[in-house]
Design a protein around this ligand. Structure first.
Ligand SMILES: [Zn+2]
Ligand SMILES: [Zn+2]
Length: 388
């Protein structure tokens, strides 16, 4: 009987533990949107040990040392302070000190940026691939700055830190088959390296280990967007995956936000051609055309464009590069004006609404609980104590 009880506890606990890992470091593919075959880096703090693919030491470098790395004859060549080291498949820059940091410069078409901790360099699709293995809180602070740094409010930074930390923990295996956890673009979360704002670093530290969990004690997905336009969206309406905590909520806080309203103009002919070419929309059916050209979401958000069709608004948004799917159409002779609300996918936290809530005196965890239903903001350490 004792074994039975043990098994009963052990199985769900193992499942829980597999789903809810809390690692100290994360592997981020940096410059993932860029393709280059040569770049330079400068050590801005600490000491690094450089090793090859077999972890054989090449040499150590320190502050102000400069390296140039390029692809030559399908392998990596390294130049340090004008001395050449050739023919590597991989290069590891392993931080020896806690505060080691480097700056990537002169990568073609890419901005220069500072990063902390380790760097792993390899060749991928004929270009250089950089993977930054970095302390999870340094990563979270970097994401807070890239995704919400403009907000300049400590309570907001705490909220963003907890949301971004939870998001990355939940999506930790996303790129694992390629040897890293997350990329540095909007596909995962935007990360441009070390956070330079000390407030952001402090607020990330203050909320260290704090995460958002659902009623089954699992990390939630915790997505966010700039402005929901007055109502957030059910997760299943955007990503086809329902989640009990991600249901649309009314949000009047974001009406004064920078991205509350937008307009888009297109000719009637061009729009009808688009509908016909992409969705076989019957442009000769005058009744349906009239319905399409007076499409209205004033009474609430919709998922599909015009009844009786299965044209997903998400597809229209991405094809026409619109700021959101929350728009109504107004026809003026041959011109159509799309009057829209909000910016982003609309699921989860509305950043401009959150900022306004904080201005009204709500705390960061109250904001999180407003946008996600039946969730808890807890420290991972306390969560471990709760478990049998
Ligand atoms: Zn990604
Ligand atoms: Zn909103």
């Amino acid at each position: 009987m004792g074994v039975k009880i043990l098994l009963f506890l052990w199985v769900p606990l193992t499942l829980w533990a597999n789903r809810n890992i809390y690692p100290e470091n994360i592997k981020v593919r940096i410059y993932s949107a860029y393709h280059f075959r040569i770049f330079e880096m400068r050590i801005i703090d600490g000491t690094y040990q450089i090793t090859d693919g077999q972890h054989k030491p090449i040499r150590n470098i320190g502050k102000d040392d400069r390296c140039r790395i390029e692809i030559k004859n399908n392998s990596l060549s390294l130049n340090i302070n004008d001395r050449d080291y050739d023919d590597f498949k991989q290069l590891h820059f392993k931080a020896i000190d806690n505060n080691s940091a480097f700056r990537v410069i002169h990568a073609i078409n890419a901005p220069s940026r500072n990063y902390d901790d380790n760097l792993f360099i390899s060749i991928f699709r004929n270009g250089i691939r950089l993977i930054n293995t970095v302390d999870i809180d340094k990563y979270v602070a970097g994401v807070v700055q890239a995704e919400g740094g403009i907000m300049n409010n400590n309570e907001f930074f705490k909220m963003q830190a907890v949301a971004s930390r939870t998001y990355v923990l939940r999506n930790f295996q996303r790129h694992m088959r390629y040897g890293f956890n997350v990329c540095d673009t909007e596909h995962c979360q935007v990360f441009h390296g070390t956070a330079s704002k000390s407030d952001i670093v402090q607020m990330t530290e203050k909320t260290k280990t704090f995460v958002i969990i659902d009623s089954s004690l699992n990390f939630i997905t915790a997505p966010f967007h700039a402005n929901c336009g007055g109502h957030t969206v059910n997760s299943e309406d955007v990503w086809s995956v329902p989640a009990s905590y991600m249901k649309g909520v009314l949000d009047t806080f974001c009406f004064g936000g920078r991205h509350a309203f937008w307009e888009f103009k297109i000719s009637r002919e061009k729009f009808l051609n688009y509908l016909s070419e992409n969705f076989n929309f019957p442009v000769n059916d005058s009744l349906l055309v009239e319905k399409a050209l007076s499409f209205n979401q004033d009474d609430g958000r919709k998922i599909f464009f015009v009844d009786l069709t299965d044209i997903h608004l998400k597809k229209i948004r991405s094809d026409l590069n619109l700021k959101s799917t929350f728009f109504s159409i107004f026809a003026y002779d041959d011109m159509l004006i799309f009057r829209g609300r909000g910016f982003g996918h609309g699921v989860g936290i509305c950043q401009e609404g959150a900022m306004q809530m904080i201005n009204h005196g709500f705390t960061y965890d109250e904001v999180i609980k407003y946008y996600f239903r039946d969730v808890y903001v807890v420290s991972y350490k306390d969560l471990m104590k709760l478990l049998p």
